[in-house]
Design a protein around this ligand. Structure first.
Ligand code: HEC
Length: 140
């Protein structure tokens, strides 16, 4: 009887240790080295910088107008309110679709693809300028 109890205890412990192992393994995968963090920060900041350039240099459209002329420091871009209904487009859109509206209209240019590096960079710049602002999707 005692032996059976000991065996049961052993099996239960094995199950617990295995379950703990599963719990711990993904947590360990989330531990980043300082080197990783430094690299990701510098890659991110270099894209923000590219975004600032695209936003300010007036080369995106055909008429030399720059985003920053109407949105200095990304003012009035309200990335924290997207996705939301935009009357110009008549539907709920992501912010890049509204950026394309400004490229087509005030800049008299052509749409950028959602994954165009300049589109990603402009969104990184706009969101970086507005970091810390409370998320309010759908708000006007
Ligand atoms: C001539 C002025 C002008 C220029 C240049 C301009 N915009 Fe706009 N932008 C506007 C106006 C007007 C709106 C519409 C405001 C509204 O209805 O929300 C707008 C709206 C936006 C919005 C949505 C704002 C919101 O509150 O939802 C974003 C994002 C935006 N512009 C980004 C850009 C980017 C990026 C560029 C350059 C590619 C650019 N704009 C160039 C005038 C301009």
């Amino acid at each position: 009887m005692k032996r059976i109890k000991q065996q049961c205890f052993g099996v239960i412990m094995l199950v617990i240790v295995t379950l703990l192992g599963w719990g711990v393994a993904p947590a360990m995968a989330d531990e980043f080295t300082q080197e990783d963090l430094n690299r990701w920060e510098s890659e991110y900041m270099s894209v923000v910088k590219q975004g600032r350039k695209v936003f300010t240099d007036g080369k995106l459209g055909t008429n030399g107008v720059a985003c920053a002329q109407c949105h200095p420091n990304a003012s009035n871009t309200h990335p924290e309110t997207y996705p939301k209904f935009q009357k110009q487009l008549g539907k709920v859109v992501a912010i890049w679709e509204m950026i394309n509206w400004c490229i087509r209209n005030p800049l008299e240019g052509k749409n950028l693809a959602a994954d165009d590096p300049r589109m990603v960079a402009m969104q990184a710049y706009i969101l970086h300028e507005r970091r810390g602002v409370k998320l309010q999707p759908g708000k006007h």
